[in-house]
Structure formats: structure tokens, C-alpha cells
Design a protein around this ligand. Structure first.
Ligand code: 8YV
Length: 321
């Protein structure tokens, strides 16, 4: 069989690199001395792309790879890939769902607790030597809260299952009600925010959800309100969030994602009532290895003619097409 040429846009998990190299001819754009020359000379040979959220795949890039057949992305979210441009060319896009669901849900719960009970702040307090002089101030509580989940997909459901064990009320908003869950459905996000005092954002990124959590939603959440975002920074109007945190329109926020990563607004960094993480939802050794393996497995299955394992709905696989 002819060796298949795969392009990696940026350095990825070592297991992805070795996994691709074992089976394919790997080209790296990040180490290519001249990108223009690369696209000219090697571009037409490239059949597959291995990428992640940090390396967007736009229409221009897709156009520069005339024989591209598959884009295998690391991560469940694929808002940085132009799936419409891929679909037009019959290019399959794959992502890595399921293998990270529990990891991200665990992190979401940790971030929620850390934010409400001020765990990082208390840690800083102890390390700062303040404890012998004065006990740490009393914190808000999770008790008696209603947690509103924006986006009850795979990860949203895993979060809800965990929240059941915490004895809080659970509600959600999404495009449509789901018949197999006992949680209260709100047809509008504003309605959910009015009913809840925690808003947990798990909705996918992209144009449909950009700026969904705006000033009115934050206002509706109220002065005891906590926002936790483990999805995409774009889902929240970051300027409105900063303003709501500043004015006391909401109580605090726990953020794993930001609008322009890795840039984090200095206004947020300066605030003590927010907990900030550098997009680590799925970032455990084990889960990243599983995600990396799924990227490789998708490429192998695709080029074996078995079809991709986890294509995104926008680019469905039709055998023999
Ligand atoms: C990764 C993620 O950080 O799965 C996702 O959508 O945001 C994360 O798991 C990212 O995709 C790695 O490229």
C-alpha cells in the first residue's frame, strides 16, 4: 500500500506523533522551514490532517490541500474547524468525544466547589501566613442552590449526574427538552438564569452560541450568582462578565476557558472572587492519552477503508462514497 501523507499543524501529544509515524508519513508544519514552499511542494500529497483546538483549520487551509480526505481533531469541541468548507469537499472531520466526558465533568465539579468555597483563595491565605492572625473569612455555600446547566450534552449530563450526589436542584437549557432526564427544562436561557443561582456553561462553541451568556443573563442570575465555564470562552460575553463581577451583579466565576486563549483579561486576573484555570478540563495524563489514541485510531480506520470512528455530524461518513 502507498504510504499516506499526514500533516500535523502544531506539536501534539507525543503518542499522537508516534502513533501517526508508526503507520503514516508524518509532516509537521510547525517545523517546516518555509510554509509556502511546503504547501506548494508537499501540499498536494497530504491526505489527512491531525490537529487540535490550538491550530484552527479554516477554508483557506483546506483549499491549500487539494487531496485532503480527513481532518482528525483532538478534543470534543471542533468550533475552530470550518466543517462547512470540509463538507463541501466531502472531507470527513473527526473529534474525540466520550473519552474525555468524565474527566471534564470532574473538573467542572472541582471548579464549581473551588469557586463557591474559595478553595484557591483559602490556599493562598494559608501560604501567605495569615491563618495564625485570623481565621479565613466565611464563604458562600453550595447548599440550597439551583444549578442551571447550559447545554445538556454528554458532558452536561455527566455533570448533572455528579450534582445529584451533591443534593442541589438541577435545571437546564438547550435547544430542546430531553425526555429521559428528571431535571427542569427552561426553553430560554434567561428563564434558566432567573431560576438558578449557578450557571454552568457546557454548550459547544461556534457562531450559534457566541455571546449567549450576556449582561441580561448575568443580571438574571443575580447577586448570589456563580458562573462556571468549562466549554468555550466565546459562549460568554467576556466584557459583560467582567462588568457583572465588578458591579456585584453576580458573586463570582470559575473559568477554565477564555475568549482569546491563552490571553486572559488582566481585569479577571486582578479579581479575587474568580477562579481561573488554563483550559485544563481534559488535561490529565490518562485522558489526553486516550484522546490522542482516538485521533490516531480515526486516521487508521479511515485509511483502512473501515470509515472514521467518531466523525462529527456535519461530515457524516457514507461507506463507499
Ligand atoms: C482540549 C477541549 O483542551 O475537548 C475539547 O473540546 O477543549 C479540550 O479537551 C483541546 O481540544 C485540545 O486541543
Amino acid at each position: 500500500m502507498q504510504p499516506v501523507d499526514i500533516l500535523m499543524l502544531k506539536a501534539m501529544h507525543p503518542d499522537v506523533i508516534s502513533g501517526v509515524e508508526r503507520r503514516f508519513t508524518l509532516h509537521r508544519l510547525d517545523t517546516a522551514p518555509d510554509a509556502e514552499a511546503f504547501f506548494r511542494e508537499v501540499g498536494p500529497r497530504i491526505r489527512g490532517l491531525a490537529t487540535g483546538a490550538q491550530a484552527p483549520v479554516d477554508r483557506t487551509l483546506i483549499q491549500r490541500l487539494p487531496n485532503l480526505a480527513v481532518i482528525a481533531s483532538l478534543g470534543v469541541g471542533y468550533d475552530t474547524i470550518d466543517t462547512a468548507a470540509a463538507a463541501e469537499r466531502g472531507i470527513i472531520v473527526t473529534h474525540t468525544p466520550d473519552v474525555l466526558t468524565d474527566e471534564v465533568a470532574d473538573l467542572a465539579l472541582g471548579l464549581l466547589l473551588a469557586t463557591v468555597r474559595q478553595i484557591p483563595q483559602a490556599d493562598r491565605y494559608l501560604r501567605g501566613g495569615h491563618w495564625p492572625r485570623q481565621t479565613y473569612p466565611l464563604t458562600p455555600t453550595l447548599r440550597g442552590r439551583t444549578v442551571g446547566i447550559l447545554g445538556l450534552g454528554r458532558i452536561g449530563r455527566a455533570i448533572a449526574r455528579r450534582l445529584e450526589g451533591f443534593g442541589v436542584a438541577i435545571a437546564y437549557h438547550g435547544r430542546r427538552p430531553q425526555t429521559d432526564v428528571p431535571y427542569a427544562y427552561h426553553p430560554t436561557l434567561l428563564g434558566l438564569a432567573e431560576a438558578a443561582d449557578v450557571l454552568l456553561v457546557v454548550a459547544p462553541g461556534g457562531p450559534e452560541t457566541t455571546g449567549l451568556v450576556d449582561a441580561a443573563v448575568l443580571e438574571a442570575l443575580g447577586p448570589e450568582g456563580i458562573v462556571v465555564n468549562v466549554a468555550r470562552g466565546s459562549v460568554i460575553d467576556e466584557a459583560a462578565l467582567i462588568q457583572a463581577l465588578r458591579s456585584g451583579a453576580i458573586l463570582g466565576a470559575g473559568l477554565d476557558v477564555f475568549a482569546r486563549e491563552p490571553h486572559v483579561p488582566p481585569e479577571l486576573i486582578a479579581m479575587d472572587h474568580v477562579v481561573l484555570l488554563p483550559h485544563v478540563g481534559s488535561a490529565s495524563v490518562q485522558t489526553r492519552a486516550a484522546m490522542g489514541q482516538l485521533v490516531v485510531d480515526n486516521l487508521v480506520a479511515f485509511f483502512d477503508g473501515r470509515g472514521p470512528l467518531t466523525p462529527v455530524p456535519e461530515t457524516p461518513w457514507t461507506a463507499g462514497a
